[in-house]
Design a protein around this ligand. Structure first.
Ligand SMILES: [Mn+2]
Length: 269
């Protein structure tokens, strides 16, 4: 089985420790990808939910092991804590089993693009006054995810692929759409303020990759509904991957690339 060779992988909002984490899909993604950098942009382990009942099946341990295995094999793994794992922010600069905890760092792409990395809860105050999304983890959101789980259990039983009901509903609620737009504007503003070329974050569970006024905004999405990651390819290009839907396509391309003869070097001049 071929694996997808990437320069960098950015993921966030896995919410391990809750029933909502799509650990199976994430494990599959981690096992089929290889990268120089792996950035975990917050809310990877959900310590908030730990207070109201910890859910930790074997699969969640396997995800943690897969990440540590990558670190052992030479991937630089960096954990930028979010709000559900904010106590890790006290450990900025520390390293555990090859995983570095860092705050507010910049990733430079092969193309020389400088990207500020953070979780995204930093923008909460700038985008407040929203009823649906201001508290990812609130009661209403929990109900939505519960319905999503039940719905997908039935789909799986019938042989249908995963499809996010809750993401579909959120995409159609006007308030949520406005919230996302305000969040994106706050992020772009922050990128401009830091004089970088773009910003990568998570937090709002809405995968996105857009360019505005010479700045890039990328949102890694989540592994609760979207099973998404931002990646930098070996050519230095930023791409969004939705693993649950697109894994076959990405792996077929990787296999074709691996089988293709090496490009013949053309002498300059
Ligand atoms: Mn968050």
């Amino acid at each position: 089985m071929s694996s997808l060779q990437l320069r960098a992988i950015f993921i966030s909002d896995v919410h391990l420790g809750t029933r909502d984490a799509q650990a199976e899909h994430l494990l599959d993604f981690l096992r089929h990808t290889d990268s120089d950098y792996l950035y975990l942009l917050g809310d990877v382990i959900d310590f908030w939910k730990a207070q109201s009942g910890w859910y930790w099946p074997r699969l969640h341990t396997e995800v943690v092991q897969a990440v540590m295995e990558k670190a052992r094999r030479g991937t630089r793994v960096i954990y930028v804590p979010g709000n559900h794992d904010e106590w890790l922010r006290d450990y900025a600069g520390a390293e555990y089993n090859g995983i570095e905890v860092r705050l507010g760092l910049v990733h430079e792409t092969l193309a020389g693009q400088r990207l500020l990395l953070l979780h995204g809860d930093e923008f909460d105050s700038a985008v407040r006054c929203n009823r649906l999304l201001s508290h990812v983890g609130s009661g209403f959101y929990d109900v939505l995810l519960f319905l999503n789980r039940a719905y997908n259990r039935v789909r799986r039983r019938l042989g249908f692929p995963y499809w996010s009901l809750s993401a579909w509903i959120k995409g159609r609620v006007k308030n949520a759409v406005e919230y996302v737009q305000r969040f994106e504007q706050a992020a772009l503003h922050e990128a401009a303020r830091h004089r970088v070329d773009g910003l990568v974050c998570g937090h709002i569970h809405k995968p996105e990759l857009l360019h505005e006024d010479g700045l890039s905004y990328a949102n890694t999405g989540d592994w609760v509904e979207h099973c998404s990651a931002l990646v930098e390819t070996r050519q230095g290009e930023l791409r969004l991957i939705r693993w649950a839907e697109e894994s076959m396509h990405w792996l077929q391309d990787a296999a074709a690339d691996a089988a293709a003869p090496a490009p013949v070097a053309v002498p300059a001049g």
